[in-house]
Design a binder for this molecule. Sequence first.
Ligand code: GLC
Length: 618
Amino acid sequence: MAAAAVSHLRRGHALLYLLQRRCFSSAAAAAPLAAAAAARRLLSTSVESGASSTGQDYKPPLFDPFRVATLASSAPPLESPPIEEPPNDAPPPEEASAAAAPEKDVVACQHELEGMKAAVESLRCREESPHEKEAWRLLGRSIVNYCGTAVGTVAANDPSTASQMLNYDQVFIRDFVPSAIAFLLKGEGDIVKNFLLHTLQLQSWEKTVDCYSPGQGLMPASFKVRSIPLDGNSEAFEEVLDPDFGESAIGRVAPVDSGLWWIILLRAYGKITGDYALQDRVDVQTGIRLILNLCLSDGFDMFPTLLVTDGSCMIDRRMGIHGHPLEIQSLFYSALRCAREMVSINDGSNNLIRAINNRLSALSFHIREYYWVDMKKINEIYRYKTEEYSHDAINKFNIYPEQIPYWLADWIPEKGGYLIGNLQPAHMDFRFFSLGNLWAIVSSLATQRQAEGILNLIEAKWDDIVANMPLKICYPALEYEEWRIITGSDPKNTPWSYHNGGSWPTLLWQFTLACIKMGRRDLAQRAVEVAEKRLSDDKWPEYYDTRTGRFIGKQSRLYQTWTIAGYLSSKMLLDCPELASILTCEEDLELLEGCACSLNKSARTKCSRRAARSQVLV
Ligand code: GLC
C-alpha cells in the first residue's frame, strides 16, 4: 500500500514535472507567465532574510503539488518585469559592513562597455585560421534548440560513440560555459541569455533521489530536450526540458559547481552585452539568491570553505575530493564576488550583502593562509609539532609531517608555489589541481604574490602540467594502493588517465584567462601552440592520457564541445585580452581589512586570524 502510494506520488511528480517544461506558443503562455513571475516575486521577497548573519535562514516552501499545478503550464519566463518594489521584510541593518561592491560611475561604465563593443567587433572581423574555422563549424553543429531557439550545446558530438552516448548528448552547465564565452566574444549573446533563463527555470522545480529532495536552489548538472507525444497523440510531439540534478548521474553526485558557474556566466553576459536588465529581473534575482542561500546556509562546518561530497564538480567521480576541495572554493569565491555586483540593492538585501562580504573575507583568509604551499611552507610543515591543544597552535589542523608525499620534496620549485587540493582535520591533499588554482588567480582569491607563484610553478613544471597537451587536471596521479583505496579501483580513473592525472584541453581557456590577468600572455600563447598541433588532427578529444599527455584518452569522446569552445575562447581572448575582464575580479582591499568575528574586543580569547603566523600579504 505504502509502496503503491509512493509510486503514485512519483508518477504524479513526474507528470507535473514534464508539464512544467512544456513548450507552448507565446499567446498561450502569457497568463501562466504572469503567474510564474508573481510566484517568483513572492519567493524573492521572502528570500531576503536568507543567508543572514542573524541566523534567520530562509526556508523555501515545501513542495506543494497543488500550488505547482496552478503554475504548471508555464512556458519559460523569457520576459518578466524588473524588480519594482524593494521587499520590506528585512530586519534593520546591523553594524557590520553591508557594503556592496563599489559602484563605478556611469561614465566609466559606459566607457568600459563601448571598449568591449569595439573589441567584440574587432573579433568578429578578424581573419580566422583554418583550425578556428573548423572549430566554429563544429561548435555550430553542437547547438541544441528548444522550441525553435538555441539554448545550449551538447557535451559531445562523437559519431563513433553514438550507441553509447551516456549523457554526453545533454547540455551540461559547466561544459556550456566555454561555449557561452566563445559566443559572447563573437557578439552572439542570445544563446547565452536563453541558456541562463532556461536553466533558471529548471532550478526551482522538484527533484528527488529516492524520494529525498535536495535543497532548493540547486542547479542541474545537465539537461536534455525531449520530444514527448502531445496528449496521447502519436502524431504530434512537444518538447520538454528534462534536467538531471545528479539523480541519474553516475554515482548520483550533486553538481555543486553548476550554480556557481551560472552566476559567473550571468555576470559575464551583463558585462559584455550591457544587458543589465537581465540580471535585474525579479526571477533572475531570485535565482541568484536561491543559490546563495544554499551555499551560505549554516551547517556543521568549522571552516568558511564549502563542505561537499566527492565528485561535486568537473571531477564528477570518486577521486578523494570530498570535504573542502579547492576547485569548489575558487568557484565559490568567484561566484560570491560576481553575485555581490549583481544583487539588487535595497533595504531587504543588506543582510545578504553582509553575509557575502563576511564569507568572502573569511574564505580568502582561510585559503591564502592554510592552502598555500611553497618551499618555505613545506619546510615548516616538515618540522611541525603535532598534538597541540590551544588557541594559538601553529599546526592548527594537526598535520603529521609524514603526510608530505615523497614526490613533493623534489617537485616543489625554488620559486613559486600553489594552493593544495584540499584541507581537512589532519589531512592535507598535496595534489596540484589546475582548475582550482587557475580560478584562484582569475577571481583574486589568491594574493598577487601567490598568483604569480602559481604561474611560475606551471612554467617551471611545464613538462608535468602541459607537456604534449594543456593541461593536467591534477598532478600527480594516484597509483597502486592509493588508486585502489581512493578511487575505489575505478577503471576509468587509472593512473594518468581521465580525472586521475589526465590532460584536459578545456582547461586551456581558463589558463589563458589567468595568464592574461597576470600579464603572462606569453605562457598562454605557448600552451595554445602546443594544443593547436594536435586538437584538430585528433578530432578534438575530451581528454588525453599518460604522464605527458601523449595519447588520446582511453575512453575519451571525440568532438567534445568544451574542447572546441575552449580553444576558440583562448584564441579570441589572446587577441583581445581586455575582454578577459568579463570573467576576472580584481583584489578588493576592503575585504582584507574586515574581520567579522567579535573576538577582537575580548581580552580573554584572541582572534586567530589576527594571531595567524604568516599574515597573508597582497
Ligand atoms: C565528464 C566530466 C564532466 C563533464 C562531463 C560532460 O563526466 O568529468 O566534468 O561535465 O563529462 O562533458
